[in-house]
Write a protein that binds this ligand. Sequence first.
Ligand code: NAD
Length: 272
Amino acid sequence: MSNQLLAQKKGIIFGALDNQSIAWKTAEAVAEAGGSFVLTNAPVALRMGTISELAEKTNSQVISADATNVKELNALVDQSQEILGGKLDFVLHSIGMSVNVRKGKHYTELNYDWLTKGWDISAVSFHKLLQTLYHKNSMAPWGSIVALSYIAAQRTFPNYNDMAENKAYLESIARSFGYFFGKNKKVRVNTISQSPTLTTAGKGVAGLDGFLNYAEKMSPLGNATAEECANYTVSLFSDLTRKVTLQNLYHDGGFSNVGVSQEIIDSLEDNK
Ligand SMILES: NC(=O)c1ccc[n+]([C@@H]2O[C@H](COP(=O)([O-])OP(=O)(O)OC[C@H]3O[C@@H](n4cnc5c(N)ncnc54)[C@H](O)[C@@H]3O)[C@@H](O)[C@H]2O)c1
């Protein structure tokens, strides 16, 4: 049964590509909790994905915007405020892409043009979005902005490639811009560090199945699913978490604090 935690709240959700996307599940959970929103994605994703299905289901409009293009972000924010009728209470940045990962370039042989493009999409776009919202004064007091991250920002995961640096940069932007958003606008900015999840972006990482199994065995509560991430995001958009800001919040079944689990020890001993 719905809790209506987000009744009367309005926002923008970036990054719903298909029904596996974390942003898709979040849009469903936000709608269920009574929130209304505009959905947005890059023009190419709107052509390839199935977002209109989600828009219909959640009674929301879709606006195309490349998150690296400040002009398009400006237009998106203006139009969203017009459609929703006022300032925004929540924004989800659920965007990630590495050209080096996509094209199978090894970390020791990175193409720097591709690196720059992936960095712009995955990390700098968050600064561009925050700066747009800040200068337009588009966020309502006690609003909440969330971006999605991964623990490769802190620890080494060989196949995560240049996305590791992108996530470290993203998390740093949340802290740096979050300071000014908190001080001057009373708005929260946080990142959620999510378990590995089977989505289009997730599948781009080589060996994802092994990754998922390892994380599952290491996490006392098991991997967090996309639906569970969506519910956690609803709590961060709600008024119940008004003093949580500048945080990178692990949503990973406990993975981040485990040195080794008994399952992993047993599996290594079995193979002796
Ligand atoms: N899947 C995982 O294992 C996992 C784990 C932790 C964090 N995350 C993060 O979660 C977020 C969402 O990824 P997902 O797993 O749901 O995959 P996804 O592929 O469904 O979502 C990624 C989204 O980024 C969008 N995007 C790419 N370039 C864009 C641009 N220029 N402008 C606007 N949007 C653009 C894509 O169209 C897509 O909708 C990403 O930040 C990802 O890094 C994913």
